[in-house]
Design a protein around this ligand. Structure first.
Ligand code: PLP
Length: 385
């Protein structure tokens, strides 16, 4: 126990079991605890620190903006916000034309749900069974798994579920009330399941034909994580609404929904006090510029192939499957992941669970190859024991 962990244990109202170390410093893909121990971070703030911890460009942008203006209501125009919007729309899929800025992934999904209802005048949504979209009551209504829902009923009505990648089952759920179909492109929390190209093509066609809004939740898979700027780029798939957050502002809290001209929310009833604040906008502008200039999409693709190549060569009886796209990697085990995750931390490698039996890797996309070697070595060692 450290002084800080004692204070947190005493005063924090937390839903999370803690992992036992007090993290006080980060740079690129390394984290340090109070004892000065260094860890290779394959968690990256749950997929946030894609440009690396304490990225110099992001630090500089936050520093400069903090001297100029930190808060500004959305009822005023603002330079940092305008420049971010221009940059954001230059990297999102071509058919998307306007963005609403918010502060987190779940808020982005909330906004998408409201915009879809407002623009279609319909009520219902179809979502995937293993999907995850956030923890506020609207986005949680789009989450099927009991583990997230139990004890929180009643939910927002009108949400229906079909198995991921099963078009026929999804189509069976369509009614004249269907406003939107909400899907991740790569399911993250659900254990890293990549969408199927044919499935997405059929869903896109169905949405266009029936006037259903296709909402893609790329909160976790967006911003180069999978080897393209957005995972939907792998499938030539254009959503009507794109939900983004996590890596968007280099670690600063921010989210957005980006919508196409086909979506016209009439009688707009939505807003956010902090959404689009200048500090977050300056951070996001710097982070996205860094992603583009440093080709983080290509880096993620190459580094993902590199580490999965090493892992695939090692014949580990405990591993059922290794899957993913870019640096969004899931190692599915035949048994529970908990002890392996703890053993990896003891060896200085921090990883995430994905459900009960998947080890999830979401490192900064700027991670060094040497660090990937150590991660692979540690995984092989721990999974062979
Ligand atoms: N959507 C997806 C796909 C996510 O992975 C998450 C969080 O992990 C969310 C939404 C919710 O994001 P936040 O925790 O920022 O509210």
């Amino acid at each position: 126990m450290t002084h800080y962990s004692e204070l947190e244990e005493k005063y924090e109202f937390s839903f999370y079991p803690k992992r036992g170390i007090t993290v006080v410093k980060g740079k690129n893909a390394s984290l340090w605890d109070t004892e000065g121990n260094e860890y290779i971070d394959c968690i990256a703030g749950n997929g946030v620190a894609s440009v690396g911890h304490c990225n110099d460009s992001v630090i500089e942008a936050i520093h400069e903006q903090s001297k100029k203006l930190i808060t500004c209501p959305v009822t005023f125009h603002n330079d940092a916000r305008a420049l971010l919007l221009e940059r954001l729309l230059s990297v999102t899929p071509g058919n998307l034309s306007r963005a609403f800025l918010c502060n987190s992934g779940t808020e982005s999904v909330e906004a998408a749900i409201k915009i879809t209802r407002m623009s279609t005048k319909k009520t219902d949504f179809i979502c995937a069974m293993r999907g995850f979209h956030g923890r506020t009551m609207g986005s949680l209504s789009a989450v099927f798994k009991k583990q997230f829902r139990e004890g929180l009923e009643p939910f927002v009505p009108g949400f229906h579920f079909a198995p991921f990648n099963n078009f026929d089952k999804l189509k069976e759920k369509v009614t004249d009330k269907t406003a939107g179909i909400l899907l991740e492109v790569v399911q993250g929390e659900g254990g890293i399941h990549v969408g199927d190209k044919e499935f997405f093509a059929k869903v896109r066609k169905l949405c266009t034909a029936e006037g259903i809004v296709l909402i893609l939740d790329e909160v976790q898979s967006g911003f180069c994580r999978t080897g393209r700027m957005f995972a939907c780029n792998h499938f030539d798939l254009e959503p009507d609404i794109l939900c983004i957050a996590k890596a968007m502002a280099g670690g600063f809290p921010m989210g957005a929904v980006v919508v196409s001209d086909a979506v016209e929310p009439v009688g707009a009833k939505h807003g956010s006090t902090f959404g689009g604040n200048p500090l977050a906008c300056a951070a996001a502008n710097a982070a996205i510029k860094f992603m583009v200039e440093n080709k983080l999409d290509e880096q993620a693709a190459e580094k993902g192939n590199y580490i999965t190549g090493i892992l695939n060569k090692s014949d580990l009886p405990v591993v059922r499957e290794i899957r993913g796209l870019g640096l969004m990697i899931g190692i599915e085990l035949k048994i529970a992941n908990k002890e392996y995750i703890a053993a990896l931390m003891d060896r200085g490698v921090l990883v995430l669970p994905g459900g009960m039996n998947v080890i999830r890797l979401l490192p900064p996309l700027t991670i060094e190859y040497e660090q990937l070697d150590t991660v692979a070595e540690s995984l092989i060692k721990v999974l062979s024991d």
